[in-house]
Design a protein around this ligand. Sequence first.
Ligand SMILES: [Mn+2]
Length: 468
Amino acid sequence: MLRKLLALLLVTAALPQWTSAQQVTDYPEDYLSPAFHAGRRNAVREQMPKNSVAIFFASQTRNRSNDVDFIYAQNKNFYYLTGLQEPNAMLLLFKEPVTINDKTGTEFLFVQPRNPAREMWTGKILGVDGVKAKLQPENVFTHEQFTYGSFDFSKVDSVMTNLYNENILSKYYGRSGLDPLSRMAQLVDSAITTNKKPNAVRTIGTILRNLRAIKQPEEIALIEKAVVMSTEGHNGVIRAIKPGMTEYQAQAVMEYYFKKNGAEYPGYPSINGSAENSCVLHYETNQRLMKDGDLLLSDCAAEYHGYSADVTRTIPVNGKFSPEQKIIYELVLEAQDSAFVQCKAGNASNEPHKAAVRVITRGLKQLGLISTDAEVRTYFPHGTSHGLGLDVHDPNPAKLEPGAVFTVEPGIYIAPGSKCDKKWWSIGVRIEDDILITPDGGYRNLSAGSPRTVAEIEKMAKQKSIFK
Ligand SMILES: [Mn+2]
């Protein structure tokens, strides 16, 4: 009996501990505020040319198969400017005030109307009143209220539209024309054409890129939360991993921590590549059985309220690096450390990359893996940094300044069959951290909560795991 009780106690102790450190109310409340979005709209408008209008479309739903859609993902520029997480919507931002449907102003948001029958299946639609109350834009209408002639384009010299990935209107008016967003795009197009200004469509991408490259304090707070969820996941995997686990089980451990902490999604498909798969930069299959002596390259991070982290750790499956793995690992680590030194305001944003390349080139030459500088790209074929924010690959300023958030992620990948001694084969190493440039002339490593050195990783690998 006592033994049974003891066993029960042990089982109970091993269960995951549920806490709500992130959340004390029924629903999360730490979203970006209406004032944040209003501030971003003002910042866009300030940079728009005279007599211009900027048009932003919400993302549409996308079908996965039969009657099942992909999980909805809002267009990030639209989210940045509105906070709205629904399809079938359009934002018009005017440089100067205009009158639409008897309302005069510079901001007009058209949204999908309430639909009780549909809401019973797929959840609440905010509708005009809900959007007004929750997001507080200047003027809100249903998308049905956007009709041809509802406003006069003749005073508009330039139409600036969407996105830095999808910056052409034709992307929309080439569609079926049946959904509300497509219809709105057609009406905008007709209005522009009627106005006989066929060359007046410009991209708004540059303005958005420049604004999004420097993060506001509210954004940094959300990125930090996503990063902490991610480092907790990496630490969970370092403790849990052992020979006989599969790559997808390592992924399950990782994503358990994301969900436990309130992340809506992974920020990108989780990359869990062991042995030869560690040499595939964006390996997402995650199907292999991991063995004694393998390395696991785990590039995984959480997304929280639209903001993504991006963290990579490379760890030995059996808890201890082999001599060859350690040599390559510590070369990548040295490259990352020397890249960190270049993370300061005023530096060009490619300085960290140059520093990392210098270290890896020198190291691979010393090991006899390459003989010329140019060959470094054989084993280190990617850049060291990209911006991080609403997109996992977010804009980064050309010159670093306070508020810039970006990755530092050098790597070395020696695939089987590489022209070198076989002892190096199947060693793929990337170490990736998330850096914030601070006003004091330095930086903060937001992902410092997960170990990077060989000694620290091997020590953590010996710690208890709820999954072992
Ligand atoms: Mn990255």
